[in-house]
Design a protein around this ligand. Structure first.
Ligand SMILES: Nc1nc2c(c(=O)[nH]1)N[C@H]1C(S)=C(S)[C@@H](COP(=O)(O)OP(=O)(O)OC[C@H]3O[C@@H](n4cnc5c(=O)[nH]c(N)nc54)[C@H](O)[C@@H]3O)O[C@H]1N2
Ligand SMILES: Nc1nc2c(c(=O)[nH]1)N[C@H]1C(S)=C(S)[C@@H](COP(=O)(O)OP(=O)(O)OC[C@H]3O[C@@H](n4cnc5c(=O)[nH]c(N)nc54)[C@H](O)[C@@H]3O)O[C@H]1N2
Ligand SMILES: [Mo]
Length: 861
């Protein structure tokens, strides 16, 4: 094509400066016209790259020379051109830093355009005032989400880099959301710091060669690998079928992976997996179907499990007949599954795990799964647990489900966000609040002497000893509560727990200033006092790495594709403008220009060992060949299995701790996370089980999966997706509602048909959704993805967009943790008449929308 320039970019939404998927962007006349997967062989030959081949029973799976990027990458240019972009700095009209601040109107009032100069003047003045009145620890920084993956122009956390230079702030510690059950549970059984997921080396091959069954347990490899690692898991699953591995799906919904690959679907009720686990253990113990020799040499504490499962503790043997009414799986199916799993090599596959690891008491299923694997000889051929996402996000050389490249690259030095895991950069323990406790901290009357307390920073990536350290808000070092929020991650309402309590917290008098920087007018942006416009990665030059695609590791220069829209800047540049007003610009940039940081990133990445800077710049990228002999790398837990003395686990005893000595020592009386796994329906804080009284009031469990057509809160405005019937359901008023899957049995009672609008509710509030009546969800369960864009009907009470996190519990999953409960909780639903609602809430229903959703104009004067 004439006059078309092709640029390399990584498109993926892991953020944190880590890996994203390499793509080629075609630009014509200053406009992006096309996106394709990167051809790795543009500058390096196939002979050099040596794509890998997996071959089992005569069937081959081959590495590609062109990246098979997911739909999110293909459509991402629409985000750059979104009508919903924030193009100028803005101020809430009724927030006057010199007079009335009207915090009660956050989420309700409109915004007016101001200049960058005016905005940064106000911000600098506020920072100085707050420093004088309370000290800088009163500034609370929220900067930890996923989103665009950028390095020099880091997506999240630039404001913390500035605040650390100024000398203080309170850090929002993001709980290990992706891994709760593994982090707080499994880690105490098999070690596996930092996140508690198992060792997955070379398992693509091990499972294909040795497993008879693969249990996709809370796993949809046709949806969630899209978030980080493209289409390889899908190709692998097709190949497994050819090779003869039977794929069994354990989940409440026929998810997209199940629809395509399942040999069998075991429909389980949300977050009741631990009952199913217990019944499997019961069947094994009752029949002697487990590996006693392995347990003797590789595990401690099996007697506790046996005692509990056989009913020794509470007089209730955990039989399949006991489990069946709880988990919804017929007892004969439980027995058949237990028998098959014992008789034949069986592995488990997760992307990260679904509700069972993000619901109440998630430590129980998290560690019971490891107990089951241990009972059948974890690490024996074909008996492992694969995490399909792991090479996606990190491409960690030690953890890759090989094959893999022979070089691991990371332009870490150029990453401009705060390095919060490095106490030499900034010790976050001086003052922090776990993300799951922020509303509680703001709404409670805690003081230094009467503080809110908890255990652990809870940040994914910290070693397990961290779980036993006690912290408090306000901290002694800070000596103050928080009075300002500075966020570059304005999707609390859509992605975190108990969103309606956050709405109340941000309207508190005590929060004097809410500053938000974001590319699009959505979600928590409506709570801002000042909004700063941020650009997309197409509008910046950067350096990037792709170790997510599974074919070859690529490091690249990312040229600028288009001009920044409006007056938008990158997060790094925006914070830089504030740094100028605070007189610390040189410290903030380290005295280096963008170009110099890109160069610095290259020099420290590992890539410089292979090519010169000049060659790298000229070719635009470096791609590493497949490593030689990867087939022989260790497979999952095989080294531990073969020699547990020489290859101990990271537990205190070095063995599988079915009974955790550390939990017993630190929290002997914690009934929400006892030393060994149990079945827990409720405690004095949480009762999100159908077995409780609340279950009678709200008789459905909701599954709130990671969205098929979004990455969390990202991309809810992509018109190409919104035309798809499982992406949005058109209501009678023409509004595109977030789908709610309802089984025909449950829909019938209320006369609900596809296209009707329903209200999902519990004692915490309600959200709307568009009914999608289907047998793909089991009866008694409804399913609505998380992350739909906020569109408040009544702030703190009702939402039209369908952001169901608003009605998720505020309590943490286990007492001495900061784990979230965002799925598998109790709700009810009923059909509503949207025209009647429109009369009752004229303002909300009067908001103008188009094919991309609610328009930005509704929020501007
Ligand atoms: N119901 C339910 N809730 C869940 C889960 C669930 O399974 N169910 N899962 C949990 C999990 S595992 C996760 S990871 C979280 C996800 O939660 P987050 O990681 O917080 O969510 P994201 O929407 O990916 O990204 C955060 C924000 O960054 C913005 N963003 C993207 N690019 C940029 C940029 O360049 N600059 C700035 N300033 N902002 C940018 C996005 O628009 C979005 O507002 O959700 C958790 N919550
Ligand atoms: N498309 C897309 N991809 C993504 C993301 C995204 O937002 N969108 N987010 C990324 C991130 S940050 C993460 S952490 C991962 C998350 O990856 P996962 O944790 O694997 O994703 P989920 O969608 O929460 O759950 C996966 C499947 O578990 C099943 N499931 C749900 N609840 C239960 C339950 O209680 N028991 C059982 N047995 N099964 C259940 C459902 O079938 C669901 O499809 O995905 C990543 N990839
Ligand atoms: Mo996640």
């Amino acid at each position: 094509m004439k006059n078309v320039e092709t640029h390399y970019k990584t498109l993926g939404f892991g953020s944190f400066g880590m890996s994203a998927l390499s793509a080629e962007i075609d630009v014509k006349d200053g406009k992006i016209i096309r996106t394709r997967g990167m051809h790795f062989d543009r500058a390096y030959s196939a002979d050099y790259l040596k794509p890998w081949t997996l071959e089992v029973r005569g069937k081959k799976l081959e590495g590609l020379l062109k990246n098979d990027i997911p739909p999110f990458a293909l459509v991402y240019k629409k985000r750059a051109y979104s009508d919903n972009r924030i193009l100028y700095p803005m101020k809430r009209i009724d927030w006057d830093p010199e007079g009335e601040r009207n915090p009660q109107n956050r989420g309700k009032s409109k915004f007016e355009r101001i200049s960058w100069d005016e905005a940064t003047d106000i911000i600098a003045k506020e920072l100085r005032r707050i420093e004088k009145e309370y000290g800088l620890f009163a500034v609370f920084c929220q900067g930890d989400g996923h989103g665009e993956t950028k390095t020099v122009h880091a997506t999240h956390g630039c404001q913390m880099r500035l605040m650390s230079i100024l000398g203080g702030f309170t850090f929002q510690a993001r709980n290990p959301d992706s891994w709760e059950g593994w982090y707080w549970g499994a880690k105490h059984v098999w070690g596996c710091d930092p996140v508690g997921e198992g060792d997955i080396g070379n398992l693509l091959l091990d499972i294909a060669e040795n497993s008879k069954y693969l249990l996709h347990w809370g796993c949809d490899e046709e949806t969630t690998p899209w978030g980080w690692c493209g289409q390889l898991p899908s190709r692998w699953a097709f190949w497994l079928t050819e090779v003869g591995v039977k794929q069994i799906y354990v989940c409440p919904d026929v998810n997209y992976g199940a629809a395509v690959h399942a040999d069998k679907w075991i429909p389980v009720n949300p977050n009741t997996d631990v009952a199913l686990h217990m019944a499997i253990a019961y069947t094994w113990i009752a029949n002697g179907w487990f590996d006693e020799e392995y347990i003797d040499t590789h595990a401690v504490g099996f007697d506790w499990i046996k005692y509990y499962v056989m009913g020794g503790e509470d007089g209730v043997p955990k039989t399949p007949e006991w489990a069946s009414p709880i988990c919804g799986v017929p007892s004969r199916q439980i027995k058949a599954l237990a028998k098959a799993w014992y008789k034949q090599a069986t592995s488990i596959s997760h992307v990260n795990g679904g509700s069972l690891i993000r619901s109440q008491f998630s430590a129980e299923p998290g560690r019971m799964e490891v107990v089951l694997m241990g009972m059948q000889g974890l690490g024996k051929p074909g008996r492992n647990v694969i995490k399909l996402i792991e090479w996606g996000l990190y491409g960690l050389p030690s953890q890759c489900p090989n094959p893999r490249s022979d070089l691991y690259m990371m332009p870490a030095a150029a990453y401009r966000s705060l390095d919060y895991n490095n106490p030499e950069v900034w010790d976050i323990r001086q003052s922090f609040i776990p993300k799951t406790m922020v509303p509680k901290a703001i709404l409670g009357d805690y003081t230094v002497d009467n503080p809110l307390t908890w255990y652990g920073t809870g940040i994914a990536g910290w070693p397990k000893e961290d779980q036993f350290v006690k912290y408090q808000y306000p901290s002694k070092q800070a000596g103050t509560r928080i009075h300002m929020i500075w966020s570059d991650t304005p999707c609390w309402s859509t992605c975190w727990n108990g969103g309606y309590t956050l709405a109340k917290a941000v309207q508190s008098e005590e929060i004097e200033f809410v500053l938000i920087q974001h590319p699009w007018m959505e979600n928590d942006c409506i709570y801002a006092d000042i909004l700063l416009p941020i650009n997309t990665k197409f509008e910046e030059r950067d350096i990037a790495v792709d170790s997510s695609n599974g074919y070859t590791n690529v490091m690249m220069i990312e040229p600028q594709c288009i001009e920044p829209r409006g007056e938008s800047k990158s997060d790094y540049e925006a914070v830089g403008e504030v740094a100028k007003k605070m007189g610390v610009y040189d410290e903030f940039t380290g005295g280096k220009s963008e170009e110099e940081w890109i160069r610095e990133g290259f020099e420290n990445s590992g890539c410089q060992e292979r090519v010169s800077w000049e060659e790298f710049k000229e070719k635009g990228y470096y791609a590493a060949p497949t490593s030689v002999g990867w087939e022989n790398n260790p497979r999952g837990f095989a080294p531990f299995c073969e020699d547990p003395e020489a290859n101990p686990l990271g537990t205190p005893s070095g063995k599988l701790e079915f009974y955790s000595t550390a939990l017993a020592h630190h929290f002997p009386d914690d009934e929400s996370r006892p030393p060994f796994p149990k079945f827990i329906a409720s405690d004095d804080r949480l009762s999100e089980s159908l077995l409780t009284e609340r279950g009678e009031a709200y008789p459905y469990l909701i599954v709130s999966n990671h969205p098929r057509w979004r990455v969390h809160a990202n991309m809810d405005d992509i018109t190409w997706f919104r035309e798809i019937e499982t992406c949005k359901v058109k209501g009678p008023d023409g509004y595109l509602y977030e789908p709610v899957w309802i089984n025909p049995v449950d829909a019938e009672g209320q006369g609900i048909a596809t296209g009707d609008v329903v209200k999902i509710f519990n004692d915490r509030g309600w959200v709307l959704g568009g009914a999608y009546v289907t047998e793909r969800i089991k009866p008694g369960v409804i399913y609505q993805d998380h992350g739909a864009r906020l569109d408040p009907i009544n702030v703190g009470e009702a939402d039209r967009g369908g952001a169901n996190n608003l009605i998720a519990p505020s309590e943490v999953a286990m007492k001495n943790t900061n784990a979230e409960v965002t799925s598998g909780y109790l709700v009810d639903f009923e059909k509503v008449d949207v025209f009647e609602l429109a009369e009752r809430y004229p303002e909300a229903f009067g908001r103008d929308f188009n094919a991309a959703g609610v328009k930005i104009d509704n929020w501007l004067v």
